[in-house]
Design a protein around this ligand. Sequence first.
Ligand SMILES: [Zn+2]
Length: 683
Amino acid sequence: MSETLETLVPSQATPNPLLMAWQTPFETPPFAEIAPEHFLPAFEQAFADHTAEITAITYDPAVPDFANTITALERAGKLLSKVSAVFYDLVSAHSNPALLEIDKEVSPRMARHWNPIMMNAVLFGRIALLHDNQATLGLTPEQTRLLERTYTRFRRAGAGLDETAKNRMAEINERLAHLGTAFSHHLLGDEQDWFMELGEADCDGLPDSFVAAAKAAAQERGMAGKAIVTLSRSSVEPFLRSSTRRDLREKVFKAFTARGDNNNDNDNNAAIVEILSLREESAKLLGFSTFAAYRLEDSMAKTPEAVRGLLERVWKPARARALADRDALQALVAEEGGNFALAPWDWRYYAEKLRQRRANFDDAAIKPYLVLDHMIDAAFDCAHRLFGLSFSERKDVPVWHPDVRVWEVKDAAGRHNALFYGDYFARPSKRSGAWMTSLRDQQKLDGAVAPLIINVCNFSKGADGQPSLLSPDDARTLFHEFGHGLHGMLSDVFYPSLSGTSVFTDFVELPSQLYEHWQEQPQVLRQFAKHYQTGEPLPDDLLQRFIAARKFNQGFATVEFVSSALIDLEFHTQPASASRDVRAFERNELEKIGMPAEISLRHRPQQFGHIFSGDHYAAGYYSYMWSEVMDADAATAKRLHDDIYSSGGSRDPEDAYVAFRGREPEPDALLRRRGLLETSEAA
Ligand SMILES: [Zn+2]
């Protein structure tokens, strides 16, 4: 334990808001009262409570039944869920050095808490007995699913192993928890450290909206009056698209792709090597040949071979399209008198020029029409039309940062349904990316509990009171995360562990990707895309060009994504000894698949938080594409609601999808939508 932490432990006399009932609207966390020093004692209390509950269930003298074992497990750990939800929201969206120190301590402590529960042989014996006799228990479909999921979770955690294997497993879990936390802290550290100041001469080609956002970013870092590029994707990508300064594009691109790979204190290479080796060892302890085989057993895809099959089927046409696009971009460089080979930091810039030429459309032209607040209204309006939800902003709900907004969500009958928190702007205290999470999940076990759902994004803030303007990608991200949000808000299950997004990773992206389509509907854009200064609606020809331009550069986007998914799969299917030199492994794998030299991975290994900050998407990054395969536009709102958004993990996802779609998923539709099945060049 570090010295700082010991001084942070408060005296017993100070009331700890995390341990009290919350007297706030909707019993939401009172963020203003919660300080870093409250977390360690609250976690200790929560661990102790939970352990006592588990002991009582384990040694209940009554014969095991569904209520005294499975339902009792669902009821256990309330305080732990409550404290964890607040803590991880803050660590991800608004951290500070004190919270990061606590995170370092809590993550292995969390593993030490869960290990003896998930590997408890007596408890597992009770669950296994019920599982073996489930046909005689008279369970509802949701209860059957819960029993199956509970049994599977314990089995996969090693509850059936011998003592020696369990002890080793516990050590591995604790070490992996430490490494995952270190990985994400390193990434945040490199992102916080770097910025590039833009002088007058450095702004050539940059749209006004970018310069305004660059000023706001400087202001956020206490450099008012200046303008900076940061390593946030919403700063980097538009810069690479529009800056005419090839030298600066190279500088920004290199800094962005070097995050976590700088040979400094934040370097992630050693962590990756150790993570992969420990994952392999734990998979073997559990009887699997590789971590990917272990991980995918509990997914819709089921096997590494199925995942590889999908990715390879998409890879070939995507790569061919990307190579053709590369030649067109190189020709454009030559035409402009450039005497250089196209480099990765040139791709977005020339692709944007090519798009302007072919589709007479560029992102910067539509940005003034994509005002963040209007796009939020659009996302809400679609949810109203589809599901009857209505949203009204609440100013009385405590938040963790002044930029966070809260809406009360009511259902079609006007009943309170959820609170929705939107935290949209990039800032140094927030990790990169965009995500949905919750402060409380929907359930009905002991009376109806309304969920508290969060969306976090990293959009650029408008400077000096100007509205925030979104790129088409940002607008799509907003709808994507809101789709996850709806999965949490519309959840209508009985048991908390089946709530909302508690589904297979390769199913969880379906509600979010389905929702992206509405953002691109002409009627939605006509209504909500209005110029931020004049209020004029998006001109119809620009709208048509925007829609036509959607298939543009899909070779690049697909190559960027699929290569990342393939390298994730290779990391977790090859022996860990093969990736002792992470950079060499990356180079070799990219060479093997014929990665075009002008495109880089969407996530290089050292910054691939999806797969190394924790194991949620490990050997699972393909999930986005698997879900996209399932994603279909021929949905009716009623079936969407019943089969996808409200059923949480209460059903087998394959059954849910087939019920919704009427058949099993197939990938041709994906290729067609991305324009990768057509023979003519995309526009
Ligand atoms: Zn998602």
